[in-house]
Design a protein around this ligand. Structure first.
Ligand code: ADP
Length: 303
C-alpha cells in the first residue's frame, strides 16, 4: 500500500509508553456504551490525555487490525474526519486484543452539518482508489469484517461480479439453512439476473461499507466523522443505499450528496438489492427476525 500501516503493539503498556512516554499511567477507566461487538472504554491518563480503547478476546485481534486499516484508508483520502489511530495489539497478560484511537469529545454540530457531511462523503467517494487494491479495481488489500462476520474483499475488475461473488454469495451460503426449495430457486434466479439489475459505476469509490447512523459521530470539529468502517472499493451507491436502510439521514443530506455527486439513473431500483447484503448479514448474525425482510427482497429481484 502507498501509505503507512497503523502501528501494532505487543501489550497495552508497551503501546502507552511508546505513544506517551515511560511515565504514563492510566488513572481512570470508564466504559463507553453503544457498541454491539466489542467493549469500549475511555482511558484517562496521568498527563491529562483521554484515549478511546476497544477491546475483545485475543482470538479476535484481527477485528482491530482490519478496523485500523479501514480507518487508515478513510484518513488517507483526506476527505472526511475519522479518529486518529494510535495503534492496535494483543496483550497476552490481560488476554485481550485492543485498538487505541483518539478520543472524540462530541462538540455541538456545526451549522449545515448534514450538507457538509454529504459533500465530504462525496469527496471520499471521488478520491483515488488505486492504492487500496493491489491489482484489479474492486475489493480491498485485506479481507475485513461486517459486524462480526468475515467480509471477503478478493479483488475483481467488475463491480457487479464483485458484489455477487464477494457480497451476496457468501451471505447466502451462510444463511442456506433458512431457505426452502422455492427460496433457493429464487436466489439462483436473482444471482443469474444480477447483470441486468446492477450497473457498473462511473468510477470506483472507497466505501465506508457499514454506513448507518451509529457509525457517524460528531467529531472534535463539530463535523460528521466516520467510525467503525468495513471499507472496500466499490460503487458509491452501495454506501448511500445503506444510509437508507435503518431510517435514513435527513433530506438535506441526500440533496447535498446528489448535488456533489449525482447518482446514476435507476438508483432507486437498485437500493434494496444493495441492502440485501446487510439484511442477510443481520440474518446470519442475529437470527430469524430478518428472514421475512430478506425473502421480500429476494422475491422482488427474482421475478
Ligand atoms: P463496536 O465495534 O462494538 O460496534 P463502536 O465502534 O460502535 O463499537 O463504538 C462503541 C461506542 O463508542 C459507540 O457509542 C461510539 O459512539 C463510541 N466511540 C467510537 N469511537 C469513539 C472515539 N474515537 N471516541 C469516543 N467515542 C467513540
Amino acid at each position: 500500500m502507498s501509505f503507512t500501516e497503523p502501528q501494532q503493539f505487543s501489550s497495552l503498556e508497551n503501546a502507552l509508553t511508546s505513544l506517551f512516554g515511560n511515565d504514563i499511567k492510566i488513572i481512570r477507566t470508564d466504559r463507553v456504551a453503544g457498541g454491539d461487538i466489542n467493549q469500549a472504554y475511555r482511558l484517562s491518563l496521568n498527563d491529562g490525555t483521554c484515549i478511546f480503547m476497544k477491546s475483545n478476546t485475543k482470538e479476535n485481534a484481527s477485528f482491530f487490525t482490519a478496523e485500523a486499516a479501514g480507518l487508515n484508508a478513510i484518513a488517507h483520502t483526506k476527505a472526511i474526519g475519522t479518529p486518529r489511530i494510535l495503534g492496535s495489539g494483543v496483550d497476552d497478560d490481560k488476554r485481550c486484543s485492543f485498538l487505541l484511537l483518539e478520543f472524540i469529545t462530541a462538540k455541538n454540530r456545526i451549522s449545515n452539518y448534514w450538507e457538509i457531511f454529504a459533500k465530504e462523503l462525496a469527496a471520499m467517494h471521488q478520491a483515488e482508489t488505486a492504492g487500496f487494491v493491489t491489482e484489479g479495481i474492486y475489493g480491498f488489500s485485506h479481507d475485513n469484517y461486517i459486524g462480526a462476520k468475515n467480509q471477503t474483499n478478493s479483488v475483481q475488475d467488475n463491480w457487479v461480479s464483485f458484489f455477487r461473488d464477494c457480497r451476496l454469495k457468501p451471505q447466502f451460503k451462510s444463511a442456506a439453512g433458512y431457505f426452502d426449495k422455492a427460496d433457493l430457486k429464487n436466489i439462483d434466479r436473482l444471482l443469474e439476473q444480477i447483470d441486468d439489475i446492477l450497473v457498473e459505476p462511473k468510477h470506483p469509490s472507497l466505501l465506508h461499507g457499514d454506513l448507518w447512523s451509529g457509525n457517524v459521530i460528531t467529531g472534535n470539529d463539530g463535523k460528521a466523522w466516520l467510525i467503525d468502517p468495513a471499507v472496500y472499493v466499490g460503487h458509491a451507491e452501495a454506501d448511500i443505499a445503506m444510509t437508507e436502510l435503518f431510517g435514513g439521514f435527513p433530506p438535506a443530506f441526500y440533496a447535498a450528496y446528489r448535488e456533489a455527486a449525482p447518482l446514476q439513473p435507476g438508483y432507486d431500483c437498485r437500493r434494496d438489492l444493495y441492502n440485501l447484503y446487510h439484511l442477510l448479514n443481520h440474518l446470519n448474525l442475529f437470527g430469524r427476525s430478518y428472514l421475512s425482510s430478506v425473502k421480500r427482497v429476494v422475491e422482488k429481484y427474482s421475478r
